[in-house]
Design a binder for this molecule. Structure first.
Ligand code: HSE
Length: 438
């Protein structure tokens, strides 16, 4: 049986999972592949700390060149993370004619263009299933299974930390900080958790998803992004009263030749398919013009779920090697010379439904002043909730939801409303995705 040699750079949690999975399912993998995947070398700055899986001393090195320059190694697995060293290692591996498997979403979202173009020149493949949605086969689904479809929309819960926090706040009444602490203790938060809660991580994943769905180059800065740090318990309770749950959604919608792409906390009806995605799970709801709805759900992080995606890529690339093809499926699902710059709809022109929570004095005429301004900006109200005040001087929350309105109109109306002296502080805005409110 043929041996395919693999070099692993980064022996952390996922690296350990990859070694463990290749060992535990060795026989199964050989039966399916018809070859042996052999981890020839593992490079890490720390080769002393014992891992959860035994490895031979000679497999370990602190020098990446032992992998990058070894002609015997066909596939390099990059699990270092970040963009500095990882970029150098990946480009070097590609230039040395090695196929690469990576879980590094930040690297691909920031430097994908350069990396894919060098890979194309060098005729090597790049597997990156683990970079978006962990174990979920979203990359393969977009590149292969749905290749005959126009992707009409992708709605995704792409960050386990945010989903875990929002679920804990909703179901257990936890406060934001203790829910975040739990997520960090459980090990799926990024090293810098602002990447999770300010939706940077989700933006990386949406950029990759967009590029595969539409064959486009995407600049991260062009994607509208709002995180979850402003979500309060009060808004979660009002959402529940309105029949909604709040999720951090990554949204891509095809609007003819233009693509709408945005990430923000979103209220969705309890019976929406993504509403039941709880805890640290990720999910994708795709609509193809031929396929209709496709739903993918699973662990977006974690040792063995992520290792599953990495090993799947290793097997995919190995199959191509064994078939004598350097790569069967284009890197970004379109042929590289067909990749174009993306034309994104400006956020001002997005039209959706809205939830506003005004904090206002409770006296005659307040509601009509607010609704008057909304009306003058072409914003139609679908419901209003006002709770009774406890004391005369108290501000009361007034919650308003709307039919479809244009973002630009909404921003102008809120600016005007927030200037009223009957309204205190900045109004809370949360977008709603509810097909019933057209
Ligand atoms: N920090 C990420 C998350 C890990 O919470 O989903 C996987 O990319």
């Amino acid at each position: 049986m043929k041996d395919i040699s693999v070099g692993l750079i980064g022996f952390g949690t996922i690296g350990t999972g990859v070694v463990k999975l290749l060992r535990e399912n060795e026989e199964l993998i050989q039966k399916r592949l018809g070859a042996r995947l052999v981890i020839k070398k593992i490079a890490d700055v720390d080769i002393k700390t014992p891992r959860q899986v035994p490895v031979e001393r000679e497999q370990l090195t602190t020098d990446v060149d032992d992998i990058l320059t070894d002609p015997d190694i066909s596939i390099v697995v990059e699990l270092v993370g970040g963009c500095t060293h990882a970029k150098t290692f990946v480009l070097e591996a590609i230039r040395n004619g090695k196929h690469v498997v990576t879980a590094n979403k930040a690297l691909l979202a920031n430097y994908g263009d350069e990396i894919f173009s060098v890979a194309e020149d060098q005729k090597v493949n790049i597997g990156f299933e683990a970079s978006v949605g962990g174990t979920i086969p979203i990359i393969k689904t977009l590149k292969e299974s749905l290749a005959g479809n126009n992707i009409e929309s992708v709605f995704g819960i792409m960050n386990g930390t945010c989903n875990y926090i929002l679920t804990s706040m909703t179901k257990d009444g936890k406060d934001f900080n203790s829910a975040l602490k739990d997520a960090q203790d459980l090990g799926f938060a990024e090293v810098d958790p602002t990447y999770d809660i300010e939706a940077v991580d989700t933006a990386h994943k949406l950029a990759i998803t967009l590029s595969l769905s539409y064959g486009k180059r995407v600049s991260l800065d062009d994607i509208y992004r709002e995180g979850i740090s402003e979500i309060s318990q009060q808004d979660i309770e009002f959402a529940g009263e309105l029949g909604y749950t709040i999720k951090l959604l990554a949204i891509a919608i095809r609007r003819g030749e233009v693509i709408e792409a945005r990430i923000h906390p979103t209220m969705i009806p309890f019976d929406h398919i993504l509403a039941s995605v709880n805890g640290n799970f990720n999910a994708f709801h795709l609509i193809g013009d031929a396929s209709g709805s496709v739903f993918l759900y699973g662990q977006g992080a974690g040792m063995m779920p992520t290792a599953s995606a990495v090993v799947g890529d290793l097997m995919d690339i190995s199959r191509d090697i064994m078939a004598g093809a350097w790569r069967r499926v284009p890197l970004r699902s379109y042929r590289e010379n067909q990749i174009e710059d993306i034309d994104l709809l400006g956020m001002d022109d997005v039209a959706t439904n809205y939830y506003f929570r005004f904090s206002a004095v409770d006296r005659p005429g307040v509601l009509s002043a607010i609704s008057g301004i909304l009306g003058s900006h072409n914003i139609s109200i679908s419901s209003v909730i006002q709770k009774e005040r406890k004391l005369d001087r108290d501000a009361v929350p007034i919650v308003v939801t709307t039919y479809k309105a244009r973002e630009k109109d909404v921003q102008m109306a809120l600016e005007e409303i927030d200037r009223l002296d009957i309204v205190f502080g900045k109004t809370t805005l949360i977008r709603i995705e509810d097909d019933r409110l057209r």
